[in-house]
Design a protein around this ligand. Structure first.
Ligand SMILES: Cc1ncc(COP(=O)(O)O)c(C=O)c1O
Length: 376
């Protein structure tokens, strides 16, 4: 087999997606250019209604990014300096960052080694009188153990914010990621399962008062024009980005089916290889925002990554260092061990994944991985 060429095997193929949706996306953009309501135009409400119905909740509030969605969720719950929010250290920085930004303390607890999602068994032990919320992350596109987490929250009077940045479209016991707790927060960063062409995000809740608070916070805390009833941020999502997401929804169900099928095909092909595949629980699916596997250790991971990259197979590490070992977050390192998070950070590697990855391209990745593993 010839070595693949980098240009034909992107890590995520956003151009192919645009080519497939060009007519709809261009028409949607043109409509915004024609009406000229670039801020809070009609597409904002249209998208919010459409997404609320897809997630199965009463309220959707679009915001300027996934990070802002998490931040506004915390602000709407009035999380105060000194409050504690329990979360996972094995995530993108935004999750812990927003907790620290409101002056609260991110309390890191360990993950399950087979799913890499937060371990509910570790949460209850970390609760103190100052705990206000739990912020699980539905990592790689698989929903965390939300029923267990919600039960802990109810027992202890806490709120739950699901960081669903990577899991929009995922199912959990017949329900949708984002609609499973006090707040669900997702990201429309271009590479996410539902992406826009810049920054964007959305928040989901059943709670009318919280939704109203979030709508105010995203426009500098205004309850009416120039009446600032609370502290807020500049957190609106552009009309143009909402229009692009609306166009992308046209084939989103197909994209999710593709993600599931491509993920399944990877999982099957990797069955006989010396890699640890992520466990996907029977009662949910994984929409594979990243298709990630675990290798033996950091040395093997680095060798395999170098080999794949040299063969034109792009890879990524999600994530190389858990939050409690990051310079800005070491102050939040807990007194208990976070061994599974630390081990996972040394072992994970993500392979090319997007709905437009075709079987021939996927076979190239699989074959190159097989060879890299034999050589490592
Ligand atoms: C788990 C997680 N949380 C939060 C975010 C932040 O989203 P955004 O980049 O839209 O601010 C991301 C995206 O990178 C993410 O992967």
């Amino acid at each position: 087999m010839n070595a693949p060429v980098k240009a034909v095997l992107p890590f995520i193929d956003l151009q192919a997606q645009y080519r497939a949706l060009k007519t709809d996306i261009d028409a949607r953009i043109q409509r915004v250019l024609d009406h000229g309501q670039y801020i809070m135009g009609p597409e904002v409400k249209e998208l919010e209604q459409e997404l609320a119905s897809r997630v199965g909740v009463a309220h959707c509030v679009t915001v300027s990014s996934g990070t802002e969605a998490l931040l506004i969720a915390l602000m709407s719950l009035d999380i105060q300096p000194g409050d504690e929010v329990i979360t996972t250290p094995f995530t993108f920085a935004a999750t812990a960052e927003v907790i620290a930004l409101v002056g609260a303390v991110p309390v890191f607890v360990d993950i399950q080694p087979d799913t890499c999602n937060i371990d509910p068994a570790c949460i209850e032990r970390a609760i103190t009188p100052r705990t206000r919320a739990i912020m699980p992350v539905s990592l790689y596109g698989q929903v965390a153990d939300m029923d267990e987490i919600n039960a802990i929250a109810v027992r202890n009077g806490l709120s739950v914010i699901e960081d669903a940045a990577q899991s929009f479209g995922a199912s959990y016991k017949g329900r949708k990621s984002g609609g499973l707790s006090t707040w669900g927060a997702t990201s429309f960063f271009p590479s996410k399962p539902l992406g826009c062409y810049g920054d964007g995000g959305a928040m989901f809740t059943e709670d009318t008062a919280l939704a109203q608070a979030a709508r105010e916070i995203r426009v500098h805390g205004q309850s009416q024009r120039y009446t600032h009833t609370r502290l807020g941020v500049g957190g609106r999502m552009d009309t143009l980005q909402c229009a692009i997401v609306l166009a992308k929804l046209e084939r989103f169900d197909w994209e999710i089916e593709q993600r599931l099928a491509i993920g399944e095909r990877y999982q099957l092909a990797l069955k006989d290889m010396p890699v640890q595949r992520l466990a996907v629980r029977d009662d949910r699916n994984c929409v594979w925002a990243q298709f990630t596997v675990l290798l033996a250790d950091a040395a093997q991971r680095d060798a395999v990554q170098a080999k794949l990259n040299s063969q034109g197979v792009p890879t990524a590490i999600h994530y190389p260092r858990p939050m409690h070992l990051q310079p800005a977050y070491q102050q939040y390192a807990p007194k208990w061990a976070l061994q599974h998070s630390e081990r996972a950070a040394n072992r994970v590697i993500s392979l090319p994944m997007s709905p437009d990855l075709n079987p021939a391209q996927q076979d190239v990745v699989i074959e190159c991985l097989r060879r890299a593993l034999t050589a490592s």
